[in-house]
Design a protein. Structure first.
Length: 358
């Protein structure tokens, strides 16, 4: 299963794992070197009109650049469009890397940092990619994005040889990983890989110590239940979790089950989790198709938290709750009624690159 290259770049038959070398997966709220985005161009991704979508990406870029550099990838007409929208924004770099789609949380690299004072460079894990179990061909360009970004960043890259999307994992930076079994233990992604085997791979490749397994998915979520729609760490030992109060909504039962699992869980340090429920919109749809509208798909930038809102009654309570969770950051609502027509939101389109040295 292990086909990675070592941090020194030499090819090895059985190289040491990132965990053995001393790497760990940092939390999103740790200092950033940059945020990466892939400029949208695949019009079939979104239900309805495509024209509003680049405007949402441009707004995200402009909100982030006062706080950290933003790197936007694309090629051809997509890169030209990115330059027209944000090429003149200070702090933005447009980089020629071909893509099939724009969900960089899933296609981009997962960045690692050394533990403590370990004398290693930052590194990246390039997981395999097959468009959420083969749902949206072609995906050949996206399958190369993670390794290309890592190489352009001058980072050593590990290639575990298994399929995993970035939106499927969530960490507290302190050894604990949240994962939804529904989208990780999947024969369309990794035929024959058991939960036990995948847990071992996650521990070895991400330098984490404990995996908390959840379940379920939001109606309309074509990722099969990415964790970044369901439950997120806001601090070590503290999780916000999606709740659906409307018992007639198809998400109600599975979200209640997740809340119960989290309330019974302990993290890698033996702490019982503090669990804060966060209500999400009920029966949110476009042209009769229910969409996975979730305030949990927020993005934690340097000094700012971008929160998806949907012009409904759950918006303000979600913003107030997250403001309490991130008192040292500005909480900024972003209208995602158009973006969610692609069945994702702000976390799905962003990839944080941690700063090193921190």
């Amino acid at each position: 299963m292990e086909t990675s290259r070592s941090a020194g770049g030499a090819d090895m038959a059985t190289p040491p794992t990132p965990a053995e070398l001393g790497y760990r997966l940092p939390a999103e709220w740790e200092p950033h070197a940059a945020t990466w985005l892939a400029w949208p161009h695949r019009r079939a991704t979104w239900l309805g009109e495509f024209a509003p979508i680049p405007e949402v990406f441009a707004k995200v870029v402009r909100l982030l650049t006062p706080h950290e550099p933003v790197k936007v990838i694309g090629s051809g007409a997509a890169l030209d469009d990115a330059r027209r929208h944000v090429g003149d924004v200070e702090g933005v770099e447009c980089i020629d890397i071909p893509t099939n789609d724009s969900w960089l949380r899933d296609t981009g690299p997962v960045f690692l940092l050394p533990r403590g004072e370990c004398p290693l460079p930052a590194a990246a894990v390039a997981w395999g990619w097959n468009a959420w179990g083969g749902k949206y061909p072609p995906w050949d360009d996206d399958a190369r994005v993670a390794e290309t970004i890592a190489a352009r960043s001058g980072l050593p890259v590990f290639e575990p040889g298994v399929v995993l999307e970035g939106g499927a994992i969530e960490t507290d930076g302190d050894g604990t990983l949240l994962v939804n079994e529904r989208c990780v233990i999947d024969n369309r992604r990794n035929p024959g890989v058991s939960r036990e085997a995948m847990e071992r791979i996650l521990i070895e490749q991400l330098g984490i110590e404990q995996v908390i397994w959840l379940g379920g998915e939001l109606a309309g979520d074509d990722t099969d239940g990415h964790i970044d729609q369901l439950a997120r760490f806001v601090a070590p030992g503290h999780v916000v979790a999606a709740r659906q109060a409307a018992v007639t909504d198809p998400n109600h039962i599975s979200l209640e089950r997740n809340l119960t699992l989290l309330q019974q869980a302990t993290d890698a340090r033996g702490r019982s989790l503090e669990v804060t429920p966060l209500d999400i919109p009920a029966h949110f749809s476009f042209d009769g198709v229910q969409l996975p509208a979730s305030h949990l798909n927020f993005y934690v930038g340097t000094g700012i938290v971008l929160v998806p809102v949907f012009s409904g009654e759950t918006d303000e309570p979600a913003l107030r709750t997250l403001a309490k969770c991130f008192p040292d950051r500005r909480v900024e609502p972003v209208d995602c009624r158009a973006l969610v027509r692609g069945r994702g939101a702000l976390h799905c389109i962003t990839r944080d690159q941690p700063a090193w040295p921190a």
